[in-house]
Design a protein around this ligand. Structure first.
Ligand SMILES: Nc1nc2c(ncn2[C@@H]2O[C@H](COP(=O)(O)OP(=O)(O)OP(=O)(O)O)[C@@H](O)[C@H]2O)c(=O)[nH]1
Ligand SMILES: [Mg+2]
Length: 510
């Protein structure tokens, strides 16, 4: 390569005369040596900054080019369908150290998952406590539930309803319990503030809180997922969250004492666990559950059934506890990890979205370059309605949403996987005698049994896919219970292989 001098015209006074900027930039004829040195210093600084910006742009372009070859997997589905739980299973498989680093930070969520239902129970008792059983109760069509410990409860000891009370003594007992439990209820607000970071978002009907990814950062300065701006894609030069989380956790190991709030709540729970237990076992509460006037979510039952373990001094959440812990996602959280197969390592970006109706608009910026989608539909939700719209049956909402996803032009090349999730809860509900046809009238007189119910829902999802399948893409369907680690990890391996096959095929075409 040769160097050339600048063309003479650049130096000509004529050009300068026509270019007011050149005249402005020209040093004054009266410039002293000191002024000249300062000017040169300023110019050198400006050049350094300009060069580093150029370098940043070049690196961003490189990273973007490279990230185009990455796998981008979207987890989609309505609120409470199990997306974040599935994300935790991916994390457990492909970045277990980050889950380890977060373990203690889950205490605040778990404590919230106990305190909140305790308030719900007391509120429901206020509402229905004294009403006699009515013929219209849902329980009229259902068998009496087994003891709560035997439902979903994991290792918690089965709880037998206490022997019968006279209505007056039961009321007195509940009033005393309510008074005793007030210090526990008093910590609810602090937990809410901690988890939501002070963000108050309406629309979470049952009083649950929406939480942006990154709540752990507010706890311990760590994050596996990184928050994304709700307006669109984040800057490409954000640090890789998973690696970042690992690095920080190595630098500053989590100390139980660090989390003052969790320690304080833990002390309250240790003191009042017997009262929580007594409330949970109380015959009036059990009656309300049997009559389905009190419908607690699966995570509430899980933690109430495990109250003595969770309330023990020095409690550290088990992996099962973390999988059952419930915190509502807000916006979109990206999780990055490397997946190796047949000697080839590919970076995966997993996007866990908030599924409530008010959150769904945040999904769209992630559609255009999605490699694959896992649509999570909770088939156990046939007897539930959306918090956001109490007239809409949750299975119906899932089907409508699935239709939108199948027919979306931006997603037409994405590999499509369907998880019919919460099959364990479906089993338990059917075993309790909850009648599908009562909520899904089109179910008619089909048997109220697991296989028949699942086949019915599967057929509906398959039909939606068939009717909205311009590209003739395959739908991969799995029956799942994503809190079951062993089964879910084997399904993830299966999904990974099928995504990889498609990925390699399209990479070969490029
Ligand atoms: N028993 C059982 N519980 C499940 C299953 N899948 C999810 N859960 C529980 O259901 C609750 C909701 O799950 P999440 O993963 O938080 O739901 P999500 O889809 O991320 O919800 P949003 O963030 O609101 O969109 C959690 O407490 C989970 O532990 C399942 O297959 N079986
Ligand atoms: Mg979530």
């Amino acid at each position: 390569m040769i160097r050339t001098s600048r063309p003479p015209s650049v130096h000509s006074t004529n050009t300068e005369a026509g270019d007011p900027l050149a005249a402005l930039l020209r040093p004054p004829a009266t410039e002293t040596d000191h002024e000249r040195a300062l000017r040169l210093q300023r110019e050198a600084d400006a050049k350094r900054i300009s060069d580093s910006i150029d370098e940043q742009i070049r690196a961003d372009r490189e990273r973007y080019k490279k990230s185009k070859q990455d796998v981008k997997l979207l987890l989609l589905g309505q609120a409470e369908s199990g997306k974040s739980t599935l994300q935790k299973q991916f994390q457990l498989m492909y970045n277990p150290t980050s889950l380890e680093a977060e373990r203690l930070s889950w205490r605040a969520v778990i404590y919230y998952n106990i305190v909140r239902p305790v308030r719900r129970i007391l509120d429901t008792l206020d509402l229905y406590g004294d009403e006699p059983d009515s013929e219209d109760d849902d329980a009229a069509t259902e068998a009496t539930p087994s003891s709560p410990g035997s439902r979903l409860g994991g290792p918690g000891r089965p709880l037998e309803p206490s022997t019968s009370f006279s209505p007056a003594s039961a009321d007195l007992q509940l009033a005393a319990l309510r008074a005793r439990l007030s210090p526990l209820l008093a910590v609810e607000q602090s937990l809410t503030d901690r988890l939501s970071g002070g963000v108050n978002v309406s629309g979470s009907g049952k009083g649950s809180i929406f939480v942006r990814s990154g709540w752990q950062a507010r706890t311990f300065g760590m994050a596996f997922g990184r928050p994304r701006t709700s307006s669109g894609r984040p800057s490409i030069d954000e640090p890789r969250a998973s690696l970042d989380g690992e690095r920080r956790s190595k630098e500053a190991p989590v100390d139980a004492e660090q989390d003052k709030l969790a320690e304080d709540v833990s002390k309250v729970l240790i003191e009042y666990q017997d009262d929580v237990q007594e409330l949970w076992q109380h015959p009036n509460v059990q009656r309300l559950r049997a009559r389905r006037k009190l419908k607690l979510e699966e995570w509430a039952e899980y933690f109430l059934n495990n109250i003595s373990r969770v309330s023990s001094p020095g409690y550290i959440p088990t992996t099962d506890d973390i999988l059952h812990a419930r915190i509502q996602t807000m916006g979109v959280a990206e999780h990055i990890f490397d997946v190796s197969l047949h000697g080839r390592t590919v970076t995966w970006h997993l996007f866990d979205v908030g599924g409530a109706r008010g959150q769904r608009h945040t999904w769209v910026p992630y559609f255009d370059d999605a490699t694959a989608i896992i649509f999570v539909a909770p088939v156990s939700a046939f007897d539930q309605y959306l918090d956001e719209d109490p007239r809409t049956n949750r299975v119906d909402d899932s089907l409508q949403l699935f239709k939108q996803i199948c027919s979306n032009a931006l997603l037409k090349n994405a590999h499509l996987v369907l998880f019919l999730n919460k099959t364990d809860i479906l089993h338990a509900k059917l075993a309790r005698g909850v009648a599908v046809k009562k909520y899904i009238t089109s179910y008619g007189d089909r048997p109220n049994e697991f296989d028949a119910v699942v086949n019915y829902f599967r057929a509906h999802f398959t039909q939606v896919h068939k009717r909205n399948n311009e590209n003739n893409r395959v739908l991969y369907t799995h029956l799942t219970s994503v809190v079951d680690t062993k089964a879910t990890q084997s399904i993830i391996t299966n999904v990974r292989d099928s995504i990889f096959r498609g990925y390699l095929k399209s990479a070969a075409l490029v």
